[in-house]
Design a protein around this ligand. Structure first.
Ligand code: KMH
Ligand code: ZN
Length: 337
């Protein structure tokens, strides 16, 4: 199934002394106008009162286009086991260009070192951001999740590479045999830093409980840079929410009003989650970070074919892939730096 494989260690516990000093906006503050002019307000509690019917889904329905994010590499698969995995900068740039041509607008980036192992080396990250900007129009979203073995300081320092956007996972989750650790103080500090640095976060939700943490985050610190909340439902991780249509609908109905969302299904949940997301009005994330099989017994030959399939389904749903400039407007990402 998924590229998630066993590792022996995990990052250290979060050290409060390492917290950056971000602006501490307090209260259940209403927050700013989104790029499309709507006033977005954080609800700190979406639970209906006893006996009351649940509220209808309040997250924003997708507009005419589909935002496609490609996650080409991840931190879990080994190059030796998955030869098509892009691990060098050249391979990553080539993949990025192919995926943009196929319909991607955002690239979610994990990088590897000279031995093809996951790294958060700042110089490599900075060079990667520059190379992707040079060669593509894609929105460059760096992973702050890294590998399960990465420590919190290194994950916070990812923002020093000045990407357009970053991932921000809203809670700890069992991750196969490992734990992907995201305690509240770390989440809060990372979010504060995105606001200081002008980086647009994408809120990664691996489980329904992560939505409550997202609400708390927005309530405490206010709107993200760019003024718009965009979430990614990461479904089918062993230990997280399952990758099926019923869970997707439930998760979407819990999102903050005005939020947009994409979904990705890990491993064999990739196609069902894609179909469910399109039918529920969401956007898509695909890539070899999330699945290395195109179909049962048929390995993925490259990220572009996953994007091509997503783009074809989006066309079929009559919501064709968004261009990068349209995606920038949706997400509140600044123009090229
Ligand atoms: N590699 C996972 C441990 C993210 O990029 O923000 C975490 C992950 C999430 O992939
Ligand atoms: Zn990732």
């Amino acid at each position: 199934m998924s590229p998630i494989t066993g590792r022996d260690s995990r990052g250290p516990g979060y050290r409060a002394g390492n917290r950056p000093t971000g602006p501490a906006l307090t209260g259940s503050a209403p927050w700013t106008a989104g790029p499309e002019g709507g006033i977005l307000r954080v609800m700190t509690n979406h639970t209906p009162a006893v006996g009351q019917a649940p509220a209808p889904a309040a997250a924003k329905p997708a507009g005419p286009g589909t935002l496609i994010t490609v996650a080409p590499t991840g931190a879990e698969s080994q190059k030796s086991a998955v030869p098509a995995l892009p691990v060098t900068l050249d391979e990553l740039v080539t993949t990025a260009k192919e995926c943009q041509a196929a319909g991607a607008a955002v690239i979610h980036v994990h990088i590897r070192d000279g031995q093809a192992q996951p790294t958060l080396d700042l110089a490599r990250l900075t060079d990667t951001v520059a190379a992707l900007r040079e060669s593509t129009d894609l929105i460059v979203q760096l992973s702050t999740g890294g590998a399960v073995t990465d420590g919190f300081e290194a994950r916070l320092a990812v923002l020093d590479a000045a990407p357009d956007a970053c991932s921000l996972t809203c809670g700890t989750v069992n991750f196969g045999d490992e734990v992907f650790s995201n305690p509240w103080p770390f989440i809060r500090d990372l979010y504060a830093r995105t606001k200081e640095r002008g980086v647009v976060p994408e809120f990664e939700l691996f489980d329904l409980g992560h939505v409550a943490t997202l609400d708390r985050l927005l309530g405490d610190l206010g709107a993200p840079h760019g003024g718009h909340v965009h979430c990614d439902l990461v479904m089918g991780v062993p230990g997280g929410m399952p990758g099926d249509a019923a869970t997707l609908v439930q998760a979407v109905s819990a999102l903050p009003p005005g939020a947009t969302w994409s979904a990705t299904g890990i491993g064999r949940t990739s196609v069902p989650v894609m179909l469910a997301a399109l039918s529920a009005g969401g956007h898509l994330r695909v890539g070899m970070e999330d699945t290395v099989s195109f179909a049962r017994g048929r390995p993925v030959t490259g990220n572009a074919e996953l994007v091509e399939r997503a783009a074809a389904l989006a066309e079929l749903a009559q919501r064709p892939p968004m261009r990068p400039d349209q995606a920038r407007a949706l997400l509140g990402v600044n123009g090229r730096r």
